[in-house]
Design a protein around this ligand. Sequence first.
Ligand SMILES: *Cc1c(COP(=O)(O)O)cnc(C)c1O
Length: 355
Amino acid sequence: MNRFIDLISDTITLPSQEMLQTVLTAQLGDAGRMADDGRGEDMTTRRLEDLAAEMTGKEAALFFPTGTIANTAGILSQAKPASRILTEERQHIMVVEKLCYMEDGFRMKPAIYQLTEEGGFDIPAIEALLKEGDIRLALVENTHNFSGGKCISVEQMKAFYDICHKYHVPVHMDGARLFNAAEGLSCTPADICRYTDSTMFCISKGLGAPMGSLLCSTRAVIDEARRLRSLLGGTLRQSGVAAACGIYALQHNVKRLKEDRQNAQLMYSMLGGKLRCLEMTAYPQSDILIFDFSKSGLDQEEFDARCKEKGLRGYHVSPVEYRFVFHLGITEEDTILAAQRMLQLDEELFQRMRA
Ligand SMILES: *Cc1c(COP(=O)(O)O)cnc(C)c1O
């Protein structure tokens, strides 16, 4: 009954025994030393990269220690510092990573667009920005983290890609949760990636590997990204230790992402119509559910403390929004318990609000 249920992020997933077992027999080498074909010498990393390229339908892929370095290398391999780039306003690259935009970073200028309520694009507004000219790259995030894990449909991806390409602007996708998007949309990752020029995805989140991300694109972009990866200090040497876990994750943990979406939806349906103070911002399309607690009158720290008293932990995605992420290790039972605790908390906050 007192079990602490940690929904702060899918980054807290831990590698299983079976996953770690694959590391013991992984063939390792120096991924920073180039073989004759221009790729690194760590054979396990190469296997992961080949698998990632195949699953995203791209020519080539490159392993990175983090999604942040992979996004940065992906962007810089297609747009020079100080370029203008089309960016969505609540995108991770813009709100959290920032380096591409910082004055003492790569000084890129964002041309900002907004997602629609349904998680689609306002194509005329985007075309107006593209018409202004000098945009070098367009960014999209799918699933979209801070809007509650919205899945952008393949049709919408195509519409975005087509309008960008009409103006000769390539599209980079931050697909940290690409596999959650594919699961939520009942399509393959390649169906989504078809309408991107480059895609980053994380193996360190819901897929349950302890570290790593992949950048997938054309051979030319990947070759440039390999050079940049080294300059950014993102080239791990015997990265097969991490890549082995990534291969296991892609082979075994993709199928279970469905459970995370179902748990998010279960909590939504258990609370739907019953909350008197808190509000859920949208029906979950993937592993994320967001609560708006503005009516409670509590600030971030107070709300966080109230959740912790209940044995729950989430994460603030804005001053009034609290995010729960369902992940490997969170069962249906945990979800039911967590929903019951949120109902209690809501009742307490409602009483407090009236007092
Ligand atoms: C986690 C995340 C990243 C970055 O990944 P790190 O490995 O933490 O650097 C990028 N974009 C989104 C949407 C994310 O959720």
